[in-house]
Design a binder for this molecule. Structure first.
Ligand SMILES: [Zn+2]
Ligand SMILES: [Zn+2]
Length: 296
């Protein structure tokens, strides 16, 4: 019977996620065209004010996913189903899925498999485009009939700018992370606003700094995996977030109105959420939390 129960649970999860892609669950709890949600931290959304949650809620940290305008989703973690239900994110309305790299906290191919037949059935499906490197797309091979599922796959290169839709452009940049397969950070330009998704990464390679100088960021999302540990490579820390913020301001990549957000916290950071807030006190740097929303 244990095996039957386990299978039942697995099917329940699978059916639930397919339903999330299929959108049979009705309208999201947070209505509006500009919903966003977050994983380890940030979710950027237009026209929604920053929302505070209590300290207890901030102890809950799920994996890395962030949505912009309910249309562009950065990364697809194993937590995406929970996050989509909790935050009212309509996965069937996501048009672009942007993957940083293949580490399992950022990319769970089987969650995307749930978007395809025989799991999900999306009326009037406008399709989904997956943006990522060759290793990302290799993980998807054979998992579904992606053409039938209207899932387009685009392999991107660092430094190039890609038109995503009439109001959106995407520029991948090489991160300081996972050299075996590579990791991209991304600049997303949308409707005249510019967001930088900087995970996972330590101190950026000089070529990425050079490319970043072409942008004026409204929001910079930065890796703070190592918290109060003095880490600058492969992943970030309080020290690297502050140093990156300072260099961005010095080089005009950021301005006094740029919002800097630290996120991707882990046990390796040796700090609870309120201790991270103390570590960033007086800097203006925001400490992300699950379900955080930013109007850009
Ligand atoms: Zn990683
Ligand atoms: Zn990560």
């Amino acid at each position: 019977m244990r095996g039957w129960i386990g299978l039942g649970c697995a099917l329940a999860v699978a059916a639930g996620l397919a339903a999330a892609w299929w959108a049979i669950r009705g309208e999201p709890r947070v209505a509006g065209a500009a919903v966003a949600l977050a994983g380890v931290g940030l979710v950027a959304a237009r026209a929604l004010a920053a929302r505070e949650r209590d300290a207890r809620a901030r102890l809950f940290v799920s994996l890395a996913d962030r949505a912009v305008d309910g249309v562009v989703l950065f990364d697809l973690s194993p937590d995406i189903y929970l996050q989509s239900q909790r935050e009212g994110l309509r996965l069937d309305r996501i048009r672009h899925l942007v993957i940083s790299h293949t580490h399992s906290d950022h990319f769970h191919p089987y969650s995307l498999q749930m978007r395809a037949e025989p799991f999900a059935h999306i009326p009037g499906d406008e399709g989904l485009t997956v943006w990522g490197n060759a290793f990302v797309h290799r993980r998807l091979e054979g998992l579904a009939d992606w053409d039938a599922a209207r899932v387009r796959r685009v392999t991107v290169e660092a430094g190039r700018t890609y038109p995503v839709d009439p109001v959106t452009r995407l520029t991948p940049l090489q991160a300081d992370h996972f050299p075996e397969e590579g990791c991209f950070n991304y600049v997303l330009e949308r409707d005249g606003r510019t967001l930088f998704y900087g995970l996972d990464s330590g101190w950026f390679p000089e070529a990425s700094w050079e490319r970043l100088r072409a942008f004026r960021l409204d929001v910079a999302i930065l890796d703070c995996t190592h918290g109060v540990e003095p880490n600058l490579r492969n992943h970030g820390s309080v020290a690297s977030v502050r140093a990156i913020r300072d260099r961005m301001l010095a080089e005009g990549i950021g301005t006094p109105s740029t919002r800097f957000v630290a996120t991707h916290f882990s046990h390796n950071g040796r700090a609870l959420h309120h201790e991270l807030e103390e570590a960033f006190a007086g800097t203006g740097i925001l400490v992300a939390y699950d379900g955080m929303r930013l109007a850009i």
